[in-house]
Design a protein around this ligand. Structure first.
Ligand SMILES: Cc1cc2nc3c(=O)[nH]c(=O)nc-3n(C[C@H](O)[C@H](O)[C@H](O)COP(=O)(O)OP(=O)(O)OC[C@H]3O[C@@H](n4cnc5c(N)ncnc54)[C@H](O)[C@@H]3O)c2cc1C
Length: 414
């Protein structure tokens, strides 16, 4: 790489991206005795809201690692069921209490607290190295094989050579494109506007949940001192909202949830709202010789069900289960990388199919205002009538299909 004067660093696995997927994989591999370098382009984990739900599947992984009690000692909220106000009908959409899980609830915790926690635990393993403020620029190739990563750090450019490079750099991944790997866009008909409202005005925690009215949908998450709110809009609909003005937006939200009207006055600028351009995509092939993509880099998820973090963690667990020994013993092959895709592609497909069905069959008609105003969608009616059915969404969201357990052991030096 131009500007690189230092000889390349060398490690067994170089992971680009210190999000849920990259940090968890780094932790697990280092714990299993593999030398790991994780590159995170930001200087810290403090970021805008980008998903704070830790589901029972991830709690089980933390329990496997003996970290669960310490994790649950961090400030957090616990959610045992998800409910919604669908055209004025209160519906329990998912009941987690029956899940076969060490802790049958969902945890709400700022993502940076979760990442700080995992990074802190990972640093206790001598094989782990985390470089903050280190941006991966692209893969280094030799004879058609990926052999490392070029990166930019505060100290200048550097190259890191590795037996395996993992792209865990999220849905706007740099490494995937630099390695010539493709991804299929599966199209999403919605975008989401995120904003915070102080809880002082509305304290009742029972307000947590989704609110659906013809033409509009709002989700509210109780974050102790504030409400994290998601207002769902048709894809590309932000400009239409902006041209109608902020007072009109506040009125729309108050129209769905009138009790929010006093708190909404705090929204005084469009800068108070963050647009999440919803994307669902999946790579046909997650790897090539020397490179593996996991998490959002391999399959960007819709926010439906709030499963993205948890799927990313599941990818990390599967990757470490399947790769740690081969990496440690320096006999990694592309068959091992193929095994990771074979294991995780199906859960990603099933989950994305579920998200697409909810987006197309429920959200898009509701936003278009084509659903009769007093009639909840059929699926919602069934959920109201059949309590047993509520266990299915809870299972899909809370645990997912093909849940992973940690199979690697802490490495003991001989
Ligand atoms: C607004 C929003 C709300 C969401 N809500 C939820 C939710 O409630 N629940 C849920 O489970 N999921 C949610 N998601 C999705 C969830 O955040 C992602 O699915 C999940 O974080 C994916 O984890 P990841 O590790 O694969 O990628 P990311 O979390 O995107 O992490 C990638 C990391 O790589 C770093 N990076 C990027 N490029 C480089 C580079 N070139 N070099 C070095 N580092 C790099 C980034 O800074 C980042 O830290 C939400 C996403 C958004 C944007």
């Amino acid at each position: 790489m131009q500007g690189t004067t230092r000889p390349p660093d060398r490690t067994q696995c170089c992971i680009a991206g210190g999000g849920p997927a990259g940090l968890m994989l780094g932790y697990l591999l280092a714990r299993a005795g593999v030398d790991v370098v994780v590159l995170e382009k930001h200087d810290d984990f403090l970021r805008d809201f980008r998903g704070d739900t830790i589901h029972p599947s991830t709690l089980t992984v933390l329990d496997d690692l003996g970290l669960l009690d310490e994790f649950l000692a961090l400030p957090h909220q616990e959610v045992t069921e998800l409910s919604g106000d669908v055209f004025g009908h209160i519906v329990t959409l998912a009941d987690f209490t029956h899940l076969p899980s060490v802790r049958p609830f969902m945890v709400l915790i700022p993502q940076w607290d979760f990442l700080d926690f995992i990074a802190g635990k990972a640093r206790q393993w001598p094989h782990f190295s985390l470089r903050m403020g280190a941006k991966a620029l692209g893969v280094i190739e030799e004879d058609g094989k990926v052999i490392g990563v070029d990166a930019q750090t505060a100290d200048g450019a550097c190259a890191i050579h590795a037996d395996l490079v993992v792209a865990a750099d999220g849905r706007h991944t740099t490494l995937r494109g630099s390695a010539g790997l493709a991804s299929d866009d599966l199209a999403a008909p919605i975008d989401v506007l995120w904003f915070r409202l102080a809880r002082d005005a509305v304290r009742d925690p029972a307000r947590t949940g989704g609110y659906m009215r013809p033409g509009a949908m709002l989700v509210m998450l109780n974050r102790d001192s504030y409400w994290q709110c998601a207002y769902v809009i048709p894809k590309g609909g932000l400009e239409t909202l902006r041209s109608a003005g902020l007072p009109a937006f506040r009125a729309r939200v108050a129209g769905i949830a009138p009790f929010l009207a006093p708190a909404l006055t705090a929204l005084t600028s469009w800068d108070d709202l963050k647009l999440l351009s919803v994307q669902i995509s999946r790579m046909p092939r997650w790897y090539r010789d020397g490179l593996l993509c996991i998490g959002d880099a391999a399959h960007a998820m819709s926010p439906v069900g709030g499963v993205g973090i948890n799927l990313a963690i599941q990818d990390a667990v599967a990757a470490s289960n399947l790769l740690a020994e081969a990496l440690r013993e320096k006999r990694l092959s592309t068959d091992d990388l193929d095994a990771v895709q074979s294991r995780r592609e199906w859960p990603a497909r099933v989950t994305q199919r579920m998200q697409i069905a909810v987006q197309n069959e429920v959200l898009a008609p509701v936003l278009a205002g084509t659903t009769a105003p007093v009639e909840p969608p059929l699926a919602v009616k069934l959920l109201r009538r059949l309590p047993l059915l509520r266990r299915l969404p809870a299972r899909l969201v809370g645990i997912g299909v093909r849940p992973e357990r940690v199979r690697t052991q802490p490495f003991q030096h001989p």
